[in-house]
Design a binder for this molecule. Structure first.
Ligand SMILES: *Cc1c(COP(=O)(O)O)cnc(C)c1O
Length: 425
């Protein structure tokens, strides 16, 4: 290619069509394809505070917030400063650097059940690693999961949800409904001696937000302890979102191993597994469970994560987030009532999901009976009005410290307009 040809090529505006010519489905993560709401993927170019902008310069108030990774708002000055400083010192070192220890200490100081930490590059990898530790520790191989919880796309965890897996994997996974202690106990009667771990999102966020019923987490804790099963809390979403101590501090139930991701990278790719020293020492080089990575503990992610957690420590946004969350639930509920639309909102702190149904939503079966077509109208209507929510009814809306009452009011006001149009249709 000549220089002129290269230049011409490079300046050609990128159309969504050319995106899907070279990227599978036009995306690198399926939910970004907007298939649930039946429209073309939105292409974003910029973010700041509570906003994102598309390529045409249209601004949206953002309630996706990096799928939960962003809690301080987009590009908070403190995190950006830390990144600039790190950039000036070098991007990748290839050996260990101080910030890895500092971020591990910060996490261990915040989450009571965590003594030691191993950083990964993604939440997926953190969950895979936690399960490996549990299997090595117990010398058992089966795992118990809850229908609708998501722990990334590690092989065992994808059993029944993806093609391309060995058939034998399904035999390693026992799956029961969330919030159902009876079925859980029955599964234990059968499988307890074979179970290496029970893994769950203490507040489910990937089938929409599902709040644990009172006593549910406590029951699982008691039973896993009794049967010598490792309890893994996947706090990739809830870690540092429901408070500095995550869901386990919020609900007062401690896990044996905890996985993190999202928030702890301050917007950069990261994951971590943490727990008591005795368990964590199973990892190489101390123990016989292998985990490593070229980019594990990446200097930029550590710098951004440290700055983000320092900011959460110094100026905890949690009370404000609680207040905004409550305001949104009240506003949307009242708007739905006045339009006689069926609506349930599940919320803990700054994470919430709106389900278009009359019934309480406590597990995946409840989720499935919602009126998906109403969600589609709501999401598409909001987007046309400059408000961006996840383009799937199985995701959570996330609030950040950059959201103000005005943003909550905007969401409620625009939803009310969309609701009244929905009723007319
Ligand atoms: C996002 C997520 C993961 C996977 O993290 P990635 O960094 O996307 O691999 C795991 N568990 C939960 C609960 C998540 O929400």
């Amino acid at each position: 290619m000549t220089r002129a040809a290269v230049k011409k090529h490079a300046t050609k505006p990128l159309s969504p069509a050319s995106l899907s010519a070279y990227l599978v489905g036009g995306v690198n993560s399926p939910v970004r394809a907007f298939r649930h709401v039946g429209v073309k993927p939105l292409l974003l170019s910029r973010s700041l505070g509570a906003y994102v902008w598309d390529r045409a310069g249209q601004r949206y108030t953002d309630f996706i917030m990096g799928w939960g990774a962003i809690i301080l708002g987009h590009n908070p000055p403190r995190v950006m400063e830390a990144l600039k400083k790190r950039l000036s010192l070098g991007v990748l070192l290839g050996l260990t650097h101080e910030a890895e220890g500092n971020l591990a200490e910060q996490i261990a100081r915040s989450v009571p059940s965590v003594e030691q930490v191993r950083f990964t590059v993604s939440g997926t990898e953190a969950c895979m690693t936690a399960i490996k530790i549990a299997r090595a520790h117990t010398r058992r191989s089966k795992i118990l999961v809850f229908d609708g919880c998501y722990h990334g796309h590690g092989e065992t965890l994808m059993a029944g949800h993806s093609a391309g897996l060995p058939q034998s994997i399904a035999e390693e996974v026992v799956s029961v409904p969330f919030n159902d202690t009876e079925t859980f106990d029955r599964a234990l009667e059968h499988y307890a001696p074979q179970l290496a771990c029970v893994i769950l999102e203490p507040v489910a966020a990937n089938m929409g937000v599902i709040v644990p019923l009172p006593g549910f987490l406590e029951h699982i804790r008691k039973q896993t302890q009794k049967h010598g099963i490792v309890l893994i809390f996947d706090e990739v979403v809830t870690g540092f979102r429901l408070g500095l101590g995550g869901a386990q501090s919020h609900f007062g139930v401690q896990a044996d191993l905890t996985t993190f991701g999202k928030i702890i990278g301050g917007g950069l790719p990261v994951g971590a597994v943490g727990g008591r020293k005795a368990l964590m020492q199973r990892l190489a080089p101390e123990g016989d469970v292998y985990h490593g990575g070229t980019f594990a503990g990446h200097p930029l992610a550590m710098a951004a994560g440290l700055a983000a957690l320092a900011s959460l420590n110094d100026q905890p946004p949690y009370e404000k987030l609680e207040r905004l969350g409550r305001m949104i639930v009240e506003g949307l509920s009242s708007a739905a009532r006045s339009c006689q639309l069926p609506l349930q909102i599940n919320r803990v702190g700054s994470m919430l999901t709106v389900f278009f149904t009359d019934h309480p939503v406590r597990n995946l079966s409840d989720v499935k009976i919602m009126r998906k077509e109403l969600f589609v109208q709501w999401a598409n209507g909001l987007r046309k009005r400059g408000v961006l929510i996840p383009p799937s009814p199985f995701e959570a809306l996330f609030l950040s410290a950059a959201h103000e009452e005005g943003h909550a009011t905007q969401l409620i006001r625009e939803s009310k307009k969309v609701f009244s149009e929905m009723v007319l249709n």
